[in-house]
Design a protein around this ligand. Structure first.
Ligand code: SDX
Length: 435
């Protein structure tokens, strides 16, 4: 805390004698905030910030990003250290509870997740209602949302124990639903979760195993999957997390709130970008086409974006992209995949973009989605499942942020205001009097 920081901001409405003194609130690190809650009362004006680029929607102790320095901390721990030394279940505990677990806490938490992985048998029937070619993110929205119908009546979100059970159910069951969405799309039988497998192994098992063959776990893929889940687990107040918080602020069922987060994540500007990167690389087709593609991106009329590049917060490298790129080389090398054309293309695209004034001047760097799809493709994950995997990982971030919001004594229903520029009051015109 910077104890020399100023305590308030005084604003004056030009042409009037009205002014307001707005207190500054200081965090442990990062920008301070101006508390504007009295602004309308004192000056009769709102702030205006479409897209919330300069607006803090809440106080949080979970994740911190320094976009200029390319820093990402989960409860103060650098993402680089967690990606190298930790694993997803331990990171899930950290995000939910605020501290790294001791051995007993970790064992109990791990057991809690393992023993909630099965879903109600009647939930299976929801899959049959979808077309086989339905996008798995649509299935995720539907089936995770349907969990609210199974865990609603006895759910008291003001009870900490029930919030904890809801968190276990979501962290444990979302991978099962995700894997079954994939199995349904390829017409293979669902593989029930196994309590003897670690989280990432169990997810890969449910995705890839078949009843007719013994399952052989691949430690390379398990480690890569676990690291990808760690990298995607939480990320401050991004669009999908803000969606979960806003839905949760009304007291809505947490399963329904997570389904809302899944819907928001699906967009290509957000979690859908990993799928869009693979589509973009495939459409470019060959490194010789990169200059023409870059020219198209720079042509405002084309509305073409370099998917996997740019970020609202990072104006430097997304630290997750760096780790993902390293993991990409590791996984492809360990799988014996040499000269993967998509990776070659991605690296050439990155090299050209990072030396081009258009991207440099706009501080556009690779984000988490730029390399993740290449790893997932190498791991045999179908492109349509990339964002589903993002949702599996981000579920722990969403439920951690939801829990923090519910437990915040100052929490109120979210209700933004607006700048109205529509018609002023006017009287109704009868049909026969209209032009
Ligand atoms: C995620 O918020 C999070 O934390 C999200 C996330 C998480 O973990 O939750 O990190 C996950 O969503 C990562 C982002 C994945 N999306 C993409 O890769 C899609 C491509 N990128 C963008 O569309 C864009 O960069 C955003 C959406 C990520 C950020 O958009 P902003 O902050 O609203 O920036 P902007 O659209 O105002 O762009 C500023 C300028 C514009 O040019 P000018 O109008 O100033 O001339 O940069 C340009 C944009 O046209 N620009 C791009 C670009 N991204 C921004 N130009 C080409 N390609 C791009 N990718």
């Amino acid at each position: 805390m910077n104890d020399k920081a100023p305590g308030s901001l005084t604003v004056t409405l030009e042409g009037t004698n009205r002014s307001a003194t707005l207190p500054l609130k200081h965090g442990s690190i990062g920008p301070s905030v101006v508390d504007i809650r009295r602004l309308y009362n004192d000056l009769g004006v709102f702030t205006f910030d479409p897209g919330y680029g300069a607006t803090a929607s809440c106080e949080s102790r979970i994740t911190y990003i320094d976009g200029d320095e390319g820093v990402l901390l989960y409860r103060g721990y650098p993402i680089e250290q967690l990606a190298e030394k930790s694993h997803f279940i331990e990171v899930a505990y950290l995000l939910l509870n605020g501290e790294l677990p001791n051995a007993q806490q970790l064992a109990e938490f791990d057991r809690g997740v393992r023993y909630h992985t099965m879903i109600h048998e009647q939930l299976r029937r929801f899959f049959d209602g979808f077309r086989r070619d339905a996008h798995p993110m649509a299935v995720m929205c539907g089936v995770v949302g349907a969990m609210a119908a199974f865990y609603h009546d006895n759910l008291d979100i003001t009870d900490p124990r029930q919030r904890e059970i809801a968190a276990f159910r979501l962290i444990a069951k979302v991978p099962t639903i995700a894997a079954w969405a994939y199995k349904y799309s390829i017409g293979q039988p669902f593989m029930y979760p196994r309590n003897d497998l670690r989280y990432a192994d169990n997810f890969l098992y449910m995705l890839n195993a078949v009843p007719t063959e013994p399952w052989v776990n691949n430690p390379i893929l398990s480690r890569a999957m676990d690291r990808i889940l760690v990298l995607h687990a939480d990320h401050e107040q991004n669009a999908s997390t803000s969606t979960v918080r806003l839905a949760g602020s009304t007291g809505a069922n947490p399963f329904a709130c997570i389904a809302a987060g899944i819907a928001a994540l699906w967009g290509p500007a957000h979690g859908g970008a990993n799928e869009a990167v693979l589509k973009m690389l495939s459409e470019i087709g060959h490194p010789k086409n990169i200059p023409a593609f870059i020219a198209e991106v720079k042509d405002k009329n084309s509305h073409t974006r370099l998917m996997g590049f740019g970020h609202r917060v990072y104006k430097n490298f997304d630290p997750r992209a760096k780790i993902m790129k390293e993991t990409c080389h590791e996984v492809l090398g360990e799988l014996g995949i040499k000269n993967e054309p998509l990776l070659e293309m991605a690296m050439e695209l990155e090299r050209i973009a990072l030396s081009d004034e258009y991207f440099i001047s706009r501080k556009l760097y690779p984000n988490v989605d730029f390399y993740s799809g290449i790893i997932l493709k190498a791991m045999g994950i179908p492109t349509s499942m990339f964002t589903v995997l993002f949702a599996v990982a981000r579920t722990v971030g969403w439920i951690s942020q939801w829990k923090e919001m519910i437990e915040d004594p100052s929490q109120r229903i979210g209700r933004p205001r607006q700048l109205y520029t529509g018609p002023t009051r006017r009287d109704y015109i009868a049909l026969d009097a209209r032009p």
